[in-house]
Ligand binder design. Structure first.
Ligand code: C2O
Ligand code: CU
Length: 550
């Protein structure tokens, strides 16, 4: 293992997309941002220097951050933001993980332009559990607004309305030939040779959407999800939730004329309200110089927008590889059980204000167990470290996040009987090495909707999933402890539930939230505090000296 150094200069840059030129926030003037590559076990030092007026943090999405809780980058959770002119050194070691992850800004909606791939190669003495690909490359999905994304969410939060939807989806920053600006052809072209295997590292960095992805006349083989190997399986369409990553193998046809094939992506959306329903296109191009003047173009078909059964079938096919070299160790016993009801609803409009939420008297709000999370004005981790909690509340956060929703609660009733949402900055405190089981249940306060729930600091096992109300008497009998998928972001099905297990072996403060940013900002979030263990390596180290203040 070696130490790798990266410099991230946060700078403004003029970029043209969809026939518009605008100034965006970038890392080193690149959009999408630079590719970070390391080997498993390497230490990565990223010096972030902020040259823009906006506050910044960078999150290393899916990195376990064992012993490096100060480098997680969640604004007001593990650190105060990096202000203009300030520098912060992120210091992470990539232990026990191989595959594709990504990095992104973790404040306001800056993820719209600040994101890039984070690729962890296997250690030197290890190969892939599949034939070494001829070539590998990241395919990173994003969402583009012609306006300023921070202004879009600020306006939405002020009025309580749903935010303006994006103007296009992008692949590697490019909106493609189907976008509403035909003058410039900003299209990602994947040039391939016949008869080879390509490893596509798919990353969904879109701000507010789960996506379907397919390549005309080709089938992909899924081999890894969220930087964990899975039992390989083939699919024509890939489902990739916001915040999820997936490695797929694309075998190119052995004899192919000079043809081109559409690569398409479109949203998976089950909620009510508006969303960007455009289709994104890129092009797969067989490179064959002896050719026809105008190559034939093949189109693919994608599932309909609300194809929930398709999504759940796809997700059920994801199983850990669980081979001799990559064994799976699911926690067999449970120290603490939690049940989180995930809801999207409303809260009252403040007096003397007109709101534009579900109606004129309300604002949209989201909650977990009826608590709508409010970001504190100081970082929770700092407060936790310096003032080892004595009382229930310390002015920054309180430790009374409910382990269960208010009872009784009929989750899929429409509307359920207990929907009063309360604002709070509440956390759950658990001792080091607690084995946690958590059921995440979608509720239909405003109609049900699928939510990609992301947990910082851990990978968890997805031991069960189903539709309707979770049944604590019968559903646990069907759990999979043999080869459940190991993930950092799970799709809680629309009108259904998932059960996950993880070992809290990582001291620090770990955010858990919906990776659709608008839901996160409406309060679909909470945090876990994992206390120190007794041994020195089980303790959170002291904060680095350059940790910013609020
Ligand atoms: Cu990729 Cu808290 O997020
Ligand atoms: Cu959500």
């Amino acid at each position: 293992p070696i130490t790798r150094h990266y410099n991230f200069h946060i700078r403004l840059k003029n970029v043209s997309r969809l026939c518009h030129t605008k100034t965006i926030i970038t890392v080193n003037g690149k959009f999408p941002g630079p590719r970070l590559i390391a080997r498993q076990g390497d230490r990565v030092l990223v010096k972030v220097v902020n040259h823009v007026p906006n506050n910044i943090t960078i999150h290393w999405h899916g990195v376990r951050q064992v012993g490096s809780g100060w480098s997680d980058g969640a604004a007001y959770i593990t650190q105060c933001p990096i202000g203009r002119g300030q520098t912060y050194l992120y210091n992470l070691t990539l232990v026990g993980q191989t595959g594709t992850l990504f990095w992104h800004a973790h404040i306001s909606w800056l993820r719209a332009t600040l994101y890039g791939p984070l690729i962890i190669l296997p250690p030197h003495n290890q190969s892939y559990p599949f034939p070494t690909p001829f070539e590998q490359l990241p395919i990173i999905f994003g969402e583009w607004w012609n306006s300023d994304p921070e202004a879009v969410i600020a306006e939405a939060l002020r009025t309580g309305a749903g935010p303006n939807v994006s103007d296009a989806y992008t692949i590697n920053g490019l909106p493609g030939p189907l976008s509403n600006c035909s003058k410039t052809r900003q299209t990602f072209r994947l040039k391939v040779k016949p008869g080879k295997s390509y490893l596509l590292r798919l990353i969904n960095a879109a701000v507010n959407e789960d996506l379907f992805f397919s390549i005309a006349n080709h089938t992909m083989k899924v081999v890894e999800a969220d930087a964990n190997y899975v039992k390989p399986f083939k699919s024509k369409t890939i489902v990739i939730g916001a915040g999820q990553t997936m490695n797929v193998i694309l075998k190119t046809k052995s004899h192919c004329p000079n043809a081109t094939f559409f690569m398409l992506a479109s949203p998976y959306f089950t909620g009510v309200g508006t969303f960007d329903n455009s289709t994104l296109a890129a092009i797969l191009e067989y490179h064959n110089p002896s050719s026809f003047p105008s190559p034939k173009m093949f189109k693919s078909v994608l599932p309909p927008t609300h194809a929930t059964l398709f999504v759940s079938d796809f997700n059920r096919r994801l199983r850990s590889l669980n081979s001799e070299s990559y064994p799976v160790k699911v926690p067999q016993t449970v120290d603490k059980s939690f049940f989180f009801a995930i809801s999207l609803g409303s809260k009252p409009c403040p007096r003397n204000q007109t709101c534009r939420g579900p109606n004129r008297r309300s604002k949209f709000a989201a909650a977990i167990n009826n608590i709508s999370f409010v970001l504190p004005s100081e970082a929770i981790l700092q407060k936790h470290y310096f003032e080892q909690q004595r009382s229930k509340s310390n002015g920054v956060y309180s430790t009374d996040f409910p382990a269960f929703p208010p009872q009784p609660f009929n989750y899929t009733g429409n509307p359920p009987n207990n929907t009063r949402v309360e604002n709070g900055t509440k956390v759950v405190v658990i001792p080091y090495n607690t084995s946690v089981e958590l059921v995440l249940q979608d509720t239909s306060t405003l109609g049900s909707e699928s939510h990609p729930l992301h947990l910082h600091g851990f990978h968890f096992f997805l031991v069960g999933q189903g539709f309707g109300n979770f049944n604590p008497k019968t559903d646990p009998d069907k759990y999979n402890f043999v080869d459940p998928a190991k993930r950092n972001t799970v799709s809680v099905p629309s009108g259904g539930w998932v059960a996950i297990r993880f070992m809290a072996d990582n001291p620090g403060v770990w955010l858990m939230h919906c990776h659709l940013d608008v839901h996160l900002d409406w309060g679909m979030s909470m945090a876990w505090i994992v206390q120190d263990g007794n041994l020195p390596h089980q303790k959170l180290p002291p904060p680095p000296s350059d940790l910013p203040d609020c």
